[in-house]
Ligand binder design. Sequence first.
Ligand SMILES: NC(=O)c1ccc[n+]([C@@H]2O[C@H](COP(=O)([O-])OP(=O)(O)OC[C@H]3O[C@@H](n4cnc5c(N)ncnc54)[C@H](OP(=O)(O)O)[C@@H]3O)[C@@H](O)[C@H]2O)c1
Length: 301
Amino acid sequence: MSKPLVLITGSTGLLGKGMEETAPAGFRLLGLHQRAYEVKDSRMKHLVLDIRDKRAVDKLFAKHKFDAVVHAAGIASVDYVEKHYAESLESNIVGTLNITSACRKAGIHLIYVSTNAVFDGKKAPYREEDAVAPVNKYGKLKVDCEKIVQETLAHWTIARPILMYGWNHIATRPNPATWIYDKLMRGERVQLVGDVFENPLFNIPCGKAMWAMIKKKPSGIFHLGGKDTVNRHQFGLAIAKVFGLDAALIDKVGSDAFPGIAPRPPKTSFVVARMEKELGVPAVALEDGLKAMKDSLVLRA
Ligand SMILES: NC(=O)c1ccc[n+]([C@@H]2O[C@H](COP(=O)([O-])OP(=O)(O)OC[C@H]3O[C@@H](n4cnc5c(N)ncnc54)[C@H](OP(=O)(O)O)[C@@H]3O)[C@@H](O)[C@H]2O)c1
């Protein structure tokens, strides 16, 4: 009997990379991404396919029998969504409709990847059952996608990762950790806000949590986060400390220093008891996650 096949949409993103690096031996992986580039040195097969193209999505599902689908593809930049809403609707809503429709027809369990941006940031730490109240267009789109999944599928899980850090595939966008690291490495000053709090999530335990969901196929919502709640300024200081970079280059500012960007919920840290108890994935301390990130950089050099 052949090993079960798992589809990951958005496989070249930070979450896809975490899943690839933690993939158990008993599964085959197929990933898809949008832009026409080849992913080298990868343990999974990557396809270029735009999830907005319903015909292409249906053809893919007709060709393969997936054991489970992880749907992480879409526009994940809060500020890009705020400024390019029509394009983001197509990518996030039309794309999610196409993937859920294909899963519904084939009776496949879908794990939809949502976000902490579904909350308004006034009542942290958030549990899975807390009411959603997004404050920006990205958060609103993700709430709409969660509803599409919950209201149209019989078999689903919603994973809500919070601010993620780790090494991306080279072709993808930087994340806050690699952005801060690159700036400090170049000796440039960095302004980081002291009024936005999260419990950052290393993409490796995130990958492990996604695999636990694929194996167990639980119903409901799971909050995925790290052990320590910090503001972005403290996050930057932790990066400087672990990587031995100059913390004096980091300036603490308020969110009002960036008037042009989309509103951010101030405090969205998660309670991660469900992740720890039901998925068996312990929350990782920020310093430990950053040290593991540093060690994997040494291995790559
Ligand atoms: N990163 C975080 O801190 C964070 C926090 C909370 C929630 N999330 C959620 O987690 C999920 C994954 O995030 P991420 O950081 O891994 O994302 P990412 O690094 O921005 O990568 C996005 C992925 O989606 C693909 N994609 C975008 N539009 C597509 C389309 N129309 N068709 C096919 N593929 C498309 C991209 O392909 P290309 O490489 O070809 O562009 C890429 O593989 C997202 O749903 C995001 O909302 C992320």
